[in-house]
Design a protein around this ligand. Sequence first.
Ligand SMILES: NC(=O)c1ccc[n+]([C@@H]2O[C@H](COP(=O)([O-])OP(=O)(O)OC[C@H]3O[C@@H](n4cnc5c(N)ncnc54)[C@H](OP(=O)(O)O)[C@@H]3O)[C@@H](O)[C@H]2O)c1
Length: 247
Amino acid sequence: MVDLIKGKTALVTGGSSRLGKVICNYLAREGVNVVIHYNSSREEALRVKEEITSLGVKSWVIKADLSKPNEVDELINESFKQAGEVNFLINNASVFPRVGLSDLSINGLNWIMQVNAWAPLMLTLRFANMVNEGKVINVLDSVVDGYNFERYAYYLSKVMLNAVTRSLALRLAPRIMVNAVAPGIILPAKDEDTGRVEAMINQVPLRRRGSPDDIAHAVLFLLENSYVTGQVIYVDGGEHLKPRVVY
Ligand SMILES: NC(=O)c1ccc[n+]([C@@H]2O[C@H](COP(=O)([O-])OP(=O)(O)OC[C@H]3O[C@@H](n4cnc5c(N)ncnc54)[C@H](OP(=O)(O)O)[C@@H]3O)[C@@H](O)[C@H]2O)c1
């Protein structure tokens, strides 16, 4: 059965740019009101708000540094206060630093875990306390099925978020459905060498990079579906079939 999502409200973390921005646009085109969360990109967030309100939906912009637990709580409280109700939570925000196995420190790991895994976990629990029913989508990375020793802290954070997805899908059922989308190579990171990205694309079964639209489509599918929970949709051109190892 297809759930009607028109008229509902979604909170999208990291909604000001790149994948988050495209997700916000897709939701708005389906008639979903959007709370756009940002941390440093205020101007960009306001531009997304302008774009999506021109599509006829309501939108709000809220700042929070997800590495700070009190701001995680404030984000969820403010979202409900401003929007009145929130039906969907899209945990998209993340940091992607080059913190490898050899330069790992507990402080570095803590910061990355805080933003990429702890904040989504806390947002989900707070969200679940405030609604009768709802849907949560976590944005993972198809590397959760492989290994990344070069961005080891990031890799660990997404592995944790994968476990959070499955365990909370079970724990919060039947009220809350928790699913994930795991992108492969979509947009290059700012610090990524383009030659290296091309070489990685050659290893992808579909031999090309995906687009932010592919990710947004998968998010919409999960929001519109009424009988899927604890699932990860790999939007990675088949990369998870022969998991990548990055040294
Ligand atoms: N791009 C890809 O090809 C790819 C591949 C695999 C997985 N993914 C996953 O897909 C998601 C989106 O990817 P992306 O490349 O669009 O992400 P991104 O541009 O690297 O970051 C997304 C957002 O995270 C927010 N953010 C960073 N630190 C934050 C903090 N301390 N507090 C609150 N927000 C913070 C940023 O908000 P501000 O700008 O407002 O600071 C940023 O807009 C991520 O979860 C990523 O891991 C992406």
